[in-house]
Design a protein around this ligand. Sequence first.
Ligand SMILES: NC(=O)c1ccc[n+]([C@@H]2O[C@H](COP(=O)([O-])OP(=O)(O)OC[C@H]3O[C@@H](n4cnc5c(N)ncnc54)[C@H](OP(=O)(O)O)[C@@H]3O)[C@@H](O)[C@H]2O)c1
Length: 305
Amino acid sequence: MIKRRELLQLSTALLAGQSLQLRADVPATLPLIQRPIPSTGELLPVMGMGTSRTFDTAGDPASLAPLLEVMQAFFAGGGTAIDSSPMYGNAESRVGDVLRAMPEPPTLFSATKVWTTGRQQGVAQMEESARRMNVERFDLIAVHNLQDWQTHLETLKQWKEQGKVRYIGITTSHGRDHAALLEIMRRQPLDFVQFSYNIEDRTAEQELLPVAAERGIATMINRPYQRGALFSKSRGKELPSLAADLDVTSWGQFYLKYILGHPAVTCIIPATASVAHMADNMRANYGRLPDPQQRAEMLRLFEQL
Ligand SMILES: NC(=O)c1ccc[n+]([C@@H]2O[C@H](COP(=O)([O-])OP(=O)(O)OC[C@H]3O[C@@H](n4cnc5c(N)ncnc54)[C@H](OP(=O)(O)O)[C@@H]3O)[C@@H](O)[C@H]2O)c1
């Protein structure tokens, strides 16, 4: 964990920097897009952030400084939901370090996962995650990749009843887990489910998204860029004219708004270690969304790349 004096130095450097101006890049006329969490009606800005790999860094000031700027750009862009996991190496600790270095406490929707076997191990891990991420109470804890899900879901239901967590859920990014995940979605009282969905991998449209809508489960979408692979298709290609109708100024926003065009999507968690990419992603937190006809056209255009 970084020392308090170093944190203060980082905060001062940040205040002197330009990232606070990033919201200014988004025209004030564009509305923030928010979607309700079905189980409560609480509104969530649609653009969250992931932390896998990008926040798994050393805890020295030199490594932390760029992450601080990335997260500042996230909050400046109206984001609140940050997704992490004990599976992501040092990521939870780096999120905690950066949150402690923020000049003002941000509006945060804190999400992590439980990824172990056994009840006691799960409880100990969730308590450790709260210390690492510097949160008193998580907004969301999800069972990571279905691991020992029966055990952890029982604990999470109790924690929710006791007010120790606000929302509970389950995650995967593997197609092989979809049948089991659907079964859990149909039978268990989940607030959130997290899975992969993007313009190239649209498997979730078949059952996961419809069942989430039917059961009133919020969806948090991971791998929105297919781990970055989508950009190799669009690199150097001109944006189609349709982009302007959707307030889209980059291929990244094009891919994110395609996902947001699905009505069963609650929020998306792209991951980036770049301030410019974060500012780009946060622009998709605002403006117009595609209707079904425009989405079909986006897909046609993507398939021609
Ligand atoms: N089972 C699970 O629970 C599970 C599984 C997978 C993922 N997740 C969560 O979902 C998050 C997102 O998934 P992911 O990280 O695997 O993949 P992703 O968000 O689809 O892709 C990340 C890649 O996209 C690049 N990128 C981001 N924004 C960009 C932009 N605007 N322009 C160009 N490149 C951009 C990043 O590179 P730069 O750093 O260079 O921007 C990075 O290489 C994870 O961090 C994690 O929190 C959860």
